[in-house]
Design a binder for this molecule. Structure first.
Ligand SMILES: C[S@@+](CC[C@H](N)C(=O)[O-])C[C@H]1O[C@@H](n2cnc3c(N)ncnc32)[C@H](O)[C@@H]1O
Length: 218
């Protein structure tokens, strides 16, 4: 059976298990694989976290914990990830840097938190790999308090016709290798999820990386 159905949600169990297995497989070398991109990404991460105030904050798809150095003063952070391997790396980093962190293995498509639990939710380079990104974003809107903030830093499909087509062509290969889709239309997905977009900022000159700030629809 490929999907789990209940009254509210439908999750592709097979795709989710594959995503988890892929990230478990690369967890130990993830930081090495991304070291070049990370040289640019640090400034993007800093800019994102400067917009987040103190309070209860949810980071989804925390990965190996690359955002830890940028967490705001007074922020009580809960980090979740589908991959226990990635969480192990995040735990190591938090212990090494003396950062207090509540880490949990969880699927963003089915968050185990009551409605309105958080002042803000953050995801960096996550919705490229979540099997159903719209479901995941709807979950963020559910667990963030009315008036709270949802901030996403994501690489997206380029609008340029040829570049977009090329991204579509090589996407299956990239997914198999590192678990990330390079052709997601994440701004459209956020709208389709019902998020109220406040701003979409191009972080890279070609529009490849976007900082999306939104409010839940409540
Ligand atoms: C490309 S990595 C990014 C990690 C980290 N946010 C960063 O900026 O380096 C994507 C992360 O999203 C996690 N992920 C993918 N699908 C998920 C899901 N459905 N629920 C929670 N985490 C998920 C993966 O396990 C992985 O750790």
């Amino acid at each position: 059976m490929a999907a789990e159905v209940n009254e509210f949600i439908m999750i592709d169990i097979q795709a989710t298990a594959q995503t988890k297995a892929r990230y478990n497989r690369i967890a130990g070398i993830f930081d090495f694989l991304e070291w070049l991109m990370e040289r640019r990404a640090k400034a993007w991460r800093r800019q994102l976290w400067e917009s987040i105030g103190p309070g209860e904050i949810l980071e989804v798809g925390i990965g190996t914990g690359k955002n830890l150095p940028f967490y705001p003063e007074g922020g009580k952070i809960c980090g979740i990830d589908l991959s226990n391997g990635m969480l192990t790396q995040a735990r190591r980093r938090a212990d090494r840097d003396g950062i207090d962190l509540d880490l949990r293995e969880m699927d963003v498509q089915e968050l185990d938190f009551p409605d309105g639990s958080f002042d803000a939710a953050v995801a960096t380079f996550v919705f490229c790999s979540v099997p159903d990104p719209i479901l995941g974003m709807q979950e963020l809107a559910r667990v963030v308090k009315p008036g709270g903030k949802i901030v996403l830093l994501e690489h997206v499909r380029l609008d340029h016709p040829l570049a977009g087509w090329l991204m579509d062509c090589i996407n299956p290969l990239v997914v198999r290798m590192v678990g990330a889709n390079i052709n997601r239309r994440t701004v459209d997905n956020a709208k389709r999820a019902g998020l109220v977009l406040e701003s979409v900022v191009d972080m890279a000159a070609n529009g490849l990386v976007k900082l999306i700030t939104a409010r839940p629809y409540k």
